[in-house]
Design a protein around this ligand. Structure first.
Ligand code: AMP
Ligand code: MN
Ligand code: MN
Length: 317
């Protein structure tokens, strides 16, 4: 049974740090922003700080982010450290050392692979998003229009605007409550989720053109190297829609997208449509995630990485 989040904010808690995961997505940023605003407004004796890797520009509108700290914090003791949308301890990133030194730790998450790495773990793997988990942990009456905007953003990003399988009746019930708080939903959906820059559209087109089918068309794979990214002026932040588009290829069960993150190092994004557990496939390479969306990092050159991950996916089909 999930505990209401308010119970953690006792008078003994004077300092609190909140952090999301590396390469923060809309759910991560929406969740940490909502958590930050909630504590700041209703538990004013707590000195609360929000640590986050710099998010994509289209998420920077979220209230609360102007106070966020985008750099590695100095080591020190915090009374309570809360992670949001963090599936494993090594995904905290910048503030990981602070997490290790905290008096109490709380993990709020929805990843099925979460190993419950904190002292207290409020993990609901059935929820669409961490923001949805938070919605049900917060006191609904305390959710003001700014907190609602942040939670709504988290939910729409991880549910693909209520399209992915992780959408459940509770997701829509949470969204309905948030709409009643006055969330400007169509601006948020278009501006933070649907719109692409010209550059992003071009690199999407490039990867789709070069994509390859395997296993009689049940796997599609695309890749991009640093030199190709340079040609378009793209960074990793311009790539996140690509695997979603690959997944929509007719006949495909699994989509694989490989992009360079270092010398001889590639990030792999995996998506499946109906039955393949991609979290298990990613797990074989030290990664994780959800049944239908997971990731891992593999060392090697682009061809060997694609071959290794496609073989692992094929073995699971
Ligand atoms: P991505 O393909 O990066 O969008 O990630 C899909 C899902 O898998 C997200 O929920 C991530 O949190 C999770 N994920 C991605 N990479 C890793 C990793 N190396 N370890 C654990 N989880 C991951
Ligand atoms: Mn996330
Ligand atoms: Mn999430």
């Amino acid at each position: 049974m999930l505990t209401r989040i308010d119970e953690f904010f006792t008078k003994q808690i004077h300092s609190c740090a909140i952090a999301g995961h590396v390469n923060p997505d809309g759910d991560c940023v929406g969740s940490v922003a909502a958590m930050y605003l909630y504590i700041r407004k209703y538990f004013p004796w707590i000195d609360v700080r929000l640590y986050l890797e710099q998010p994509k520009d289209e998420l920077m509108f979220l209230p609360g982010l102007k106070d966020a700290i985008f750099e590695r914090p100095k080591a020190g003791k915090t009374d309570l450290f809360i992670t949001c949308d963090v599936s494993a301890i090594d995904r905290i990133g910048l503030a990981e050392e602070l997490f290790g030194m905290a008096e109490h730790t709380l993990c709020v998450d929805h990843h099925v692979s979460n190993p419950h790495f904190a002292e207290n773990n409020l993990v609901d793997a059935e929820a669409s998003s961490c923001a949805e988990v938070l919605f049900y942990l917060m006191d609904e009456e305390k959710i003001d229009s700014e907190i609602a905007e942040a939670l709504y953003t988290g939910i729409i990003h991880d549910s693909g605007v209520f399209q992915y399988k992780n959408t459940r009746p509770e997701t829509l019930e949470a969204a309905a409550s948030l709409l009643r708080k006055g969330v400007p939903f169509n601006e948020i959906i278009d501006d933070s989720f649907n719109k692409r820059t010209y550059l992003q559209n071009r690199i999407l087109g490039y990867v789709l053109c070069g994509s390859r089918l395997y296993a009689d068309g049940r796997i599609v794979a695309g890749s991009v190297t640093y030199s190709e990214m340079d040609r378009f002026g793209a960074t990793k932040k311009d790539l996140d829609i690509i695997v979603s588009q690959l997944r929509l290829t007719k006949g495909v069960e699994a989509a694989v997208f490989v992009y360079q993150t270092g010398t001889e190092e590639f990030k792999v994004s995996l998506r499946s449509n109906t039955y393949l557990d991609v979290a298990a496939v990613a797990g074989r390479f030290g990664g994780g995630g959800h049944v239908r969306a997971a990731g891992c990092t593999i060392k090697g050159d682009v061809d060997s990485v694609e071959k290794a991950i496609v073989e692992a996916v094929r073995a699971g089909l």
